[in-house]
Design a protein around this ligand. Structure first.
Ligand code: KG4
Ligand code: ZN
Length: 461
């Protein structure tokens, strides 16, 4: 590994201290960064503060009427995305290059191929985001990039690009938690959305119910013990011979409209578990068995199927969707109960992540929140699936609080060891909600985002 000055590489030096709080390093290196920036970019408002009062002053200068412009980069899974967002919530540009063709070909994400696909387009995607925003790199206030959770090989492409850019233009860098970004983008769309709120985050790899108490402060009420709902949608689509080019979820949603949702009585998962956790592996198996016993040949695309065959597939899609979403409904009802006890002032359920773009999911969850006198907040579909806007916005939210790393050194070696967090919990588990069924997924690599931030705040006080 190349030798790097510790004060300029907290993201990198963190790797050797994985169990130490990381965000504190951003604050301790701020003075250094401030000094550097003062020399190179004297116009940035927060940089002219006196070192002693930096933290407090930054918060006031960057509070509500700041004017930040942040580039967000996202490569944690199969979409290469970048966007430029202003701190007043204006989206200046948004570019997504999806690997839908690869997904259609392999029926899932193959990490090595996904990495190559990201590498091929990352420069172009970032450039296009800047061009569309009519800005150059030197107009940016910071670069935000997803550092986890996700596929290491894929995360690396985005982080390398972000660090190269930040190093060249002496920009601060904000490491973003992908799932936090899915939740916080709701605050960009609904500017009045305040903490605390409950969030259901549903994607290809995650199924999370979290109580968002404050920025960077999350209690995990539930997660999946095996697969996420998006994975179940994707496999169902593949086994039903659907066109995966727009990913599996939308294809199942579309076909389900033609089917009878009560035709097949799939079992609702985890009925006996009085917690907020999820399981979709069993439902996947039930779907596979139904497909096998219905003599459906996934090799024959649904577009070429006979009308009888198409109807049989539509019935499976609809029945699967009904039960998959019923599982969400049941766990959300319990989570609302728990969250209201912890934070009686919650008013909203935020639903985000790729699966939240599904209209049936939204309609069913809306009934649940209305019954409980809450409000449903769903970002528009384009901001539910992976995108750079959510990363840029989360970067803005943390940057305002002084949570960022100073610019990496220009010309950082390509083989520098990076701080990537493929398995990175968002918050600590709600102790009373711990389930026996969770035990198999306890192994973790990184302390949660919430615990890191809390540790850094304690150090500062
Ligand atoms: O959040 P996302 O874009 O990427 C991950 O972080 O995983 O979520 C992708 C997942 C995929 O499983 C995809 O099939 C699913 O979201 N998805 C949908 C819909 N649109 C995307 N699932 C159901 N209905 C949809 N309309
Ligand atoms: Zn996602």
């Amino acid at each position: 590994m190349a030798s790097l000055a510790p004060t300029l590489s907290s993201t990198i030096s963190r790797l050797t201290n994985l169990h130490k709080p990381s965000f504190h390093s951003a604050m301790t290196t701020l003075k250094n960064f401030q000094f550097q920036h003062k020399l190179s970019k004297p116009t940035r408002p927060f940089l002219s503060t006196s070192p002693g009062s930096l933290s407090a002053q930054m918060k006031s200068t960057l509070g509500s009427d700041d004017d930040l412009v942040v580039l967000g980069i996202e490569t944690s899974c199969d979409d290469t995305a970048a966007a430029v967002v202003r701190s007043n919530g204006e989206i200046l540009s948004q570019v997504v290059s999806s690997q839908a063709d690869l997904l259609a070909q392999y029926g899932g994400v193959a990490p090595k191929m996904a990495e190559e696909a990201h590498s091929q387009v990352i420069d172009q995607v970032v450039q296009e985001a800047l061009d569309k925003a009519k800005l150059s790199e030197s107009d940016l206030s910071a670069v935000a990039v997803t550092i986890g959770p996700g596929l290491s090989l894929c995360l690396r492409v985005g982080v390398q690009k972000a660090r190269k850019l930040a190093g060249t233009y002496a920009l601060p860098i904000v490491g973003v938690h992908h799932m936090e970004a899915h939740a916080l983008v709701a605050r960009l769309v609904h500017r009045e959305l305040q903490f605390p709120f409950l969030a259901l985050l549903i994607s290809g790899g995650h199924n999370l119910l979290v109580l968002a108490r404050d920025l960077g402060n999350y209690i995990q009420l539930g997660t999946t013990i095996d697969d996420a709902i998006g994975e179940a949608y994707d496999k169902t689509a593949k086994w039903l011979g659907l066109d995966m080019r727009k990913s599996g979820g939308p294809a199942v949603e579309e076909l389900a409209r033609e089917g009878d949702a009560d035709s097949i009585k799939f079992k609702v998962p985890m009925k006996q578990h009085k917690d907020c956790n999820f399981s979709y592996a069993g439902l996947k198996t039930q779907v596979r068995l139904a497909i096998e016993s219905g003599n459906i040949n996934p090799g024959i695309p649904v577009s070429s199927a006979t009308s009888e065959d198409r109807k049989a597939r539509a019935n499976i899609a609809a029945s699967f969707q009904r039960v998959a979403v019923l599982h969400l409904e049941e766990k959300c009802e319990r989570a609302i109960e728990w969250a209201s006890k912890i934070e009686p002032s919650i008013k909203c359920l935020v639903v985000s992540g790729g699966v939240a773009s599904n209209q049936y999911v939204r309609a069913q969850l809306n009934q649940i929140v209305e019954k409980n006198c809450l409000q449903l907040v769903c970002p528009p579909p384009k901001l539910c699936t992976d995108n750079g806007v959510m990363v840029a916005w989360t970067g803005i939210e943390h940057f305002r609080m002084g949570r960022f790393d100073p610019p990496p050194p220009a010309g950082e070696p390509e083989d520098a060891v990076l701080d990537l967090r493929p398995r990175w919990p968002l918050g600590e588990e709600y102790a009373e909600g711990r389930s026996e069924a969770r035990s198999m997924r306890r192994a973790r690599i990184h302390p949660s985002l919430t615990s890191l931030i809390q540790a850094s705040m304690q150090q500062q006080s």
